[in-house]
Design a protein around this ligand. Structure first.
Ligand SMILES: [Zn+2]
Length: 373
């Protein structure tokens, strides 16, 4: 049986081109999307992103995936490609590996994501959005003066544009092309007037026009544009200020042992999300270069750190030490039965003690609020 759908599909989030694979031989409603713009994600026909009652805002999902997704088709050989899972499920069917021509060593790392994850991550104000764009551009820029290219579709996700509006009750429909163009132009104007970036607007590639004519059949496709963006000195200066003063930063780095701790990590993430922050687990951020610089970068850029010390993991100790050296708040977690064995230097510190994992979300949420607010 072939699991790969042969017909060309369009992404349920951004309407871009994608390939679709069924991931469950029993449940044919579950599928893996491999979108050129959003990266990879598992969804289900049961989730209707256009329905406000689903808990999701389709435009926020588009931005979230654009900022986090691993771009490039997964037919390509890649170790541990990153996959966001909206139904909480994993890829259960081994056949998919054969169908995709992937080796057995390749394993999709499924990262559960829900409406709360996305709501917490979404920048709230216009200036927060501009800051998030700048931080993203900096990460994408390999050297000063580098020019990044984005299509009209990518720019809508990058700038957090509203592409849909509620028309019938809770059901959303695409906005008019005029509204999208004026939103884009407004963002471009604000970013360039602040002298944060230099943006050149040109004409889109032919295949982009093709995509757009499917999304907006009535649109004059010759109006499709492409955007070439480079960061300017004022942009770098703003990035420095944002990072130094932790402006609207809600990232929380989690230092812990990763092996056989699925339930524990799920509960810690839940506690952090309940408190309104964004949990960062290094193996969910960076799959292919699990290296120290990436860990240190994420600790340095987080607002505070949660360290789970039950397993006396050397890496977690090191990460806590690094965070303290950087003047970050560290909230420790430890199972009561393991408390006695903690290293003397940190056993003195205020620690959230737990007996079973289910207690963690509420206890941790309370401690975070007491410490940070
Ligand atoms: Zn997409």
């Amino acid at each position: 049986m072939h699991l790969i759908s042969k017909e060309t599909d369009y992404c349920p989030i951004c309407y871009g081109r994608m390939s679709k694979k069924y991931v469950d031989s029993k449940d044919r409603s579950r599928y893996l999307c491999d979108c050129y713009y959003c990266g990879r994600f598992i969804s289900s026909e049961k989730i209707d992103f256009l329905d406000s009652n689903s808990g999701y805002d389709i435009d926020e999902v588009a931005s979230f995936l654009f900022y986090h997704g691993d771009k490039g088709y997964c037919d390509k050989e890649q170790l541990n490609p990153k996959v966001y899972s909206f139904d909480g499920g994993m890829i259960s069917n081994e056949e998919i590996y054969d169908d995709l021509g992937l080796s057995k060593e390749t394993r999709f790392s499924c990262i559960p994501v829900n409406d709360k994850t996305i709501k917490n991550w979404m920048p709230k104000s216009f200036s927060e959005k501009m800051d998030k764009v700048l931080l993203f551009l900096e990460k994408e820029t390999p050297s000063f003066g580098y020019r990044l290219n984005y299509s009209e579709n990518e720019i809508m996700s990058l700038f957090f544009l509203k592409r849909h509006e509620v028309i019938h009750g809770s059901y959303k429909e695409p906005m008019s092309i005029e509204s999208l163009v004026s939103q884009t132009d407004f963002f471009v104007k604000c970013m360039t007037e602040e002298k944060y970036v230099d943006i050149e607007v040109g004409l889109a590639e032919k295949w982009e026009e093709h995509w757009c004519s499917l999304f907006y059949p009535t649109m004059d496709v010759t109006r499709m544009r492409k955007f070439t963006i480079s960061l300017m000195p004022a942009g770098y200066k703003r990035i420095d200020t944002v990072e130094k003063e932790n402006i609207s930063n809600r990232d929380v780095f989690i230092a812990m042992a990763f092996k056989d701790t699925e339930k524990l990590r799920k509960c810690i993430k839940e506690g952090i999300e309940m408190a309104g922050y964004i949990p960062i687990l290094i193996d969910e951020v960076e799959h292919n270069n699990l290296i120290l610089p990436e860990i240190l970068y994420n600790i340095r850029h987080s607002l505070f750190v949660v360290a789970e010390l039950t397993h006396k993991n050397a890496g977690a100790y090191l990460e806590e030490g690094y965070a303290l050296g950087y003047g970050k708040q560290v909230i420790q977690l430890c199972k009561e039965s393991e408390l006695k064995g903690l290293h003397f230097d940190i056993s003195q510190k205020n620690t959230v003690v737990w007996n079973n994992e289910e207690e963690i979300p509420e206890k941790l949420c309370k401690r975070i609020k007491a410490t940070m607010e």
